[in-house]
Design a protein around this ligand. Structure first.
Ligand SMILES: Cc1ncc(COP(=O)(O)O)c(C=O)c1O
Length: 481
C-alpha cells in the first residue's frame, strides 16, 4: 500500500460533483490512478470516487461527454480516516477497490491509499525485467521457441561457468535433472539411495522413478541438512549414491559426506535446487559432488519458469545425461535409440529467461542476503525464535529465510503465528513435512530432528522485490503477533 500522495496531485484529480463526464475524464487523466475524486466545490468535502470503468460503462449506455458526472452510476466509495493503521486500511481493499481516500476531520481528502500488489507479501516471486522480456521476444520473433536455439547453449555455458564445472545440461525441471543424474550413474531397480528426510519430495521421487529405493536419513540441528554422522548406519550393499540437499539455501557439510562416499564407493549428487550461489568452504555448491542439480522453478534463486540443469565435471556422465534427455538418441545417428530415453529438454524460451536471469544472478543473491541480514537484525533477540543456520564454513544464500518457533518461549505455536501473519497479508510456508512421514513413503520410521524442524519451522517472505519497510512490516507483525 502506498500513501503520501501530494496535495497537488489530489487537487488535480478532484472536480466538483456538479461537473461533467468530460471534466471527470480530464481529472482521471491528470492522476494516472484511473480515478477522479468528486468534491463539494465550496468546501472541498469528499462526495465520492469515480473510476474510468464507471465512465466507460456509462458511455456505452449512451451518456455523452457533457452529461453530468453525478448521473453516472457508481458503487459506494470506501473511505478511511487519516491516521487509521495501515492494517485497518489494507483490510478495506477488495477487488475492484484499488484507491481509498483518507479523509481528514473535515471530510476532505488528505491522502490516498493505493493498492499495491506488494501489500500481500509473498514468500517468493520471480523478478523479471526488460532483459527477460527482450530475450523471450527474440525467441518469438525469430521462431526459435523449441529446444534448439542459441539461448539453451548460452545458458548451459553460463551455468557451467557459474558452478566451475566442465559440463552443464539444461533440463525441463529440477526433478528431471535429478532423474537424469541418477540414471547416468546407472542407478535402478534393487538399488538404494540415501536422501535426507527433510527436503522437497522431488529429491526422493526422482530416486523412485529409477526403480531404486530412497533411504531416509535424519537432519543435523546445526544446518538442518543431512546429518553426516547418521549416514553410515544406513548404508547397505545395495546403496549406490547419496543425495545431499542444500536446504533453504544452506550448504550441507560435504566433506564428511564425500569421505564416506569415497570409502564405500558411492556417488554423490548434490541437490542444489534451493542453493544456487551458496558456498561450502568457499566452493560453489553443485559443482563439488559427482553431479549437481538445480531447479529454476518460479520461486527459485533464478527462474526459467520451469526448468533445471545437471552440472558435472565428468564427460561420461555428461554425455549420458545429454542422450537420456533427448529420447536416448545416439549422438552419431539421428532417430537411432540405443537406450530408453526421455524428452526432458529445456526450451529456448525458458533458456532465454535463464540467460537474462544469469546476467544479474549476483544482484539477486546479494538481495537475498540483504533480506536475511535485515530479518536477522530484527528478530535476533526475540524470545522463542531460532534464526536460520549459517555454519562457520558456510555461505548461505537464504533462498527462503526460515525460522523455528519454540511455542513455549514464543507463547504461540508455529501454526498460529502463520495464521496471524496471513491475516496481515503476509504469506509464509511451513518447512517441508519430512518424507518418511509422507503417505507414499511412510514405514513407521521416527527421525526426530527432521520432525521437530518441520513442526517448528516456517519460511518468511523472501522475494527480492521486498523493500526494507516490507521486511520491517513482517518483523513487527511477528513481534507484535
Ligand atoms: C530440494 C529440491 N529438489 C528438487 C526440486 C524439484 O525442482 P522442480 O520443481 O524444478 O522439479 C525442488 C523444488 O522444486 C527442491 O526444492
Amino acid at each position: 500500500m502506498k500513501t503520501n500522495i501530494n496535495r497537488e496531485s489530489i487537487q488535480a484529480m478532484s472536480l466538483s460533483y456538479k461537473g461533467t463526464i468530460r471534466q471527470a475524464m480530464q481529472a482521471i487523466d491528470q492522476g494516472s490512478l484511473g480515478t477522479a475524486l468528486l468534491v463539494e466545490p465550496d468546501t472541498q468535502v469528499f462526495v465520492g470516487l469515480v473510476t474510468d470503468g464507471d465512465i466507460r460503462r456509462a458511455i456505452l449506455k449512451g451518456y455523452g461527454l457533457e452529461s453530468p458526472i453525478s448521473d453516472v452510476p457508481r458503487p459506494n466509495s470506501k473511505t478511511a480516516r487519516l491516521g487509521m493503521s495501515s492494517e485497518e486500511v489494507a483490510s478495506l481493499f477488495s477487488d475492484p477497490v484499488r484507491v481509498i481516500p483518507l479523509l481528514d476531520e473535515h471530510h476532505r481528502v488528505a491522502d490516498l491509499a493505493i493498492f499495491d500488489n506488494r501489500m500481500r507479501l509473498p514468500v517468493a516471486e520471480p523478478s523479471l525485467g526488460e532483459k527477460e522480456l527482450s530475450y523471450v521476444t527474440e525467441c518469438v520473433l525469430t521462431g526459435w521457441v523449441s529446444s534448439a536455439g542459441k539461448f539453451v547453449t548460452r545458458f548451459e555455458e553460463m551455468m557451467a561457468d557459474f558452478c566451475g564445472t566442465r559440463y552443464a545440461i539444461a533440463t525441463s525441471s529440477g526433478t528431471t535433472a535429478l532423474h537424469l543424474a541418477l540414471l547416468s550413474l546407472g542407478i535402478g531397480c534393487g538399488d538404494e539411495v540415501i536422501v535426507p528426510s527433510l527436503t522437497f519430495i522431488a529429491t526422493a521421487n526422482a530416486v523412485s522413478y529409477t526403480g531404486a529405493r530412497p533411504v531416509f536419513v535424519d537432519s543435523e540441528t546445526e544446518t538442518w541438512n543431512l546429518d553426516p554422522d547418521l549416514i553410515e548406519q544406513s548404508i547397505t550393499p545395495q546403496t549406490k549414491a547419496i543425495i545431499p540437499v542444500h536446504l533453504y539455501g544452506h550448504p550441507c557439510n560435504l566433506d564428511p559426506i564425500l569421505e564416506i562416499a569415497n570409502r564405500y564407493n558411492l556417488s554423490v549428487i548434490e541437490d542444489a535446487a534451493e542453493a544456487q550461489g551458496a558456498l561450502y568452504k568457499g566452493k560453489i555448491v553443485g559443482g563439488i559432488g559427482d553431479l549437481g542439480t538445480f531447479s529454476f522453478y518460479g520461486n527459485k534463486i533464478i527462474t526459467t519458469g520451469e526448468g533445471g540443469i545437471v552440472v558435472t565435471n565428468r564427460s561420461d556422465l555428461a554425455e549420458k545425461v545429454r542422450i537420456l534427455r533427448d529420447h536416448g538418441m545416439s549422438s552419431q545417428k539421428r532417430y537411432w535409440h540405443p537406450v530408453l530415453g526421455y524428452n526432458y529438454r529445456m526450451t529456448n524460451i525458458q533458456a532465454a529467461l535463464g540467460v537474462a536471469q544469469m546476467e544479474r544472478v549476483d544482484g539477486i543473491i546479494a538481495a537475498k542476503k540483504r533480506i536475511a541480514q535485515a530479518y536477522t537484525t530484527g528478530l535476533q533477540n526475540v524470545a522463542g525464535i531460532q534464526l536460520p543456520p549459517e555454519a562457520d564454513w558456510a555461505n548461505s544464500v537464504f533462498w527462503l529465510y526460515s525460522i523455528l518457533i519454540d511455542d513455549q518461549a514464543f507463547e504461540m505455536d508455529r501454526d498460529r503465528l502463520m495464521e496471524v501473519l496471513k491475516s496481515k497479508n503476509i504469506e509464509t510456508r511451513p518447512l517441508f513435512p519430512p518424507l518418511h512421514l509422507q503417505p507414499i513413503y511412510n514405514q513407521g520410521e521416527v527421525l526426530p530432528i527432521a520432525e521437530k524442524l518441520s513442526k517448528q519451522g516456517l519460511s518468511l517472505p523472501s522475494a527480492i522485490s521486498m523493500s526494507n519497510s516490507d521486511i520491517q512490516r513482517t518483523i513487527e507483525a511477528i513481534i507484535g503477533k
